[in-house]
Ligand binder design. Structure first.
Ligand code: ADP
Ligand code: MG
Length: 286
């Protein structure tokens, strides 16, 4: 409807708050909203005024609706921006995780983590398990919950992190680079243990852990048990110094199960289940 038409409709209804709205008033309101950067309200004002007039909404209800839409739009934009900044490899909410497929995961514990209290306490979350069991999925899902709760999150892999820090070290910009990984409230380091880490890399990783220690919570995932981290970092002393800090305040999720990637093949009986394997290998992979 045109501005003139909208005004006429409002005037005809004879109801507050739109009854007295003139085109000049609408212009001024639009300008105020633009200046206040209330863009959604600017888009919706005319329609909402008409609706309020037609339904004879009380003033407070009209204002609540208008501001409610503005807040929802701003929150949505903010979440989308922080999700893009987090650099997740994929975006999968916790609600898409099939807990029935992975009974070794305590659904209640995940729901507790989804409240983000661990972030307030500065606790780390460490997810261990063989390939394909959903470690990255869970790390991303918890990262998304943290974003919804208003936190800044950054996702990286151990290999990428160490490459970036090693380069920065060589170029004399280590301090600056460490800040990139210490500023976000939550840092997710995926895939510790897939690639061996050299002595310098282990040292740089230790520096990062020390900086975040008791200040910045982290989610880490690994396909290797803690006992094998000495080999991952190529140095038992550094590995135990890293683990000492990480585990001081930490929740560990130990996933023992079948790869979700093999779900269809398992169904078709093309591969053996991890549960069958664990009868001959009671310790499992981890
Ligand atoms: P990991 O990091 O442990 O190797 P991923 O998290 O990358 O495993 O999972 C492999 C793929 O299977 C991903 O696409 C992931 O979303 C999916 N996936 C894994 N476990 C589940 C699950 N329980 N429910 C739904 N999707 C899952
Ligand atoms: Mg993974």
């Amino acid at each position: 409807m045109s501005r003139r038409g909208a005004t006429a409709a409002l005037a005809m209804s004879g109801a507050a708050p739109g009854a007295m709205t003139t085109p000049a008033q609408l212009e001024r309101l639009a300008e105020h909203l633009r200046k206040l950067r209330l863009l959604k309200s600017g888009e919706r004002l005319e329609a909402m005024l008409q609706d309020a007039a037609a339904r004879e909404l009380p003033y407070a209800q009209f204002l609540e609706q208008l501001l409610g839409e503005e807040v929802a739009a701003k929150t949505g934009k903010n979440v989308a921006m922080r999700t893009a900044m987090a650099r997740f490899p994929f975006v999968k909410p916790l609600e898409t995780f099939d807990f029935a497929y992975q009974p070794s995961i305590d659904r209640k514990q995940l729901q507790q983590l989804a409240t983000c209290h661990y972030l307030e306490h500065g606790d780390n979350v460490i997810v261990l398990g063989p390939p394909g069991v959903g470690k990255t999925h869970l790390a991303v899902s918890l990262g998304l919950k943290a974003i919804e709760a208003g936190y800044r999150v950054l996702f990286t892999t151990a290999a990428h992190l160490i490459t970036v820090l090693t380069k920065a070290h060589a170029e004399g910009s280590l301090d600056e680079k460490l800040k990139v990984f210490t500023t976000p409230r939550l840092l997710i380091v995926d895939e510790i243990g897939y690639l061996p880490i050299d002595r310098l890399g282990a040292n740089l990783f230790f520096q990062l852990i020390s900086r975040r220690y008791e200040r910045g919570p982290m989610i880490l995932t690994s396909n290797q048990s803690f006992g094998a981290w000495g080999d991952v970092f190529g140095d038992r002393v550094i590995a135990s110094a890293i683990l000492d800090r990480l585990l001081h305040h930490a929740v560990t999720l130990n996933i023992r199960g079948n790869s979700y990637r093999l779900k269809e093949k398992l169904k078709a009986g093309l591969v053996r289940s991890q549960n069958e394997d664990s009868q001959t290998n009671p310790g499992g992979e981890i």
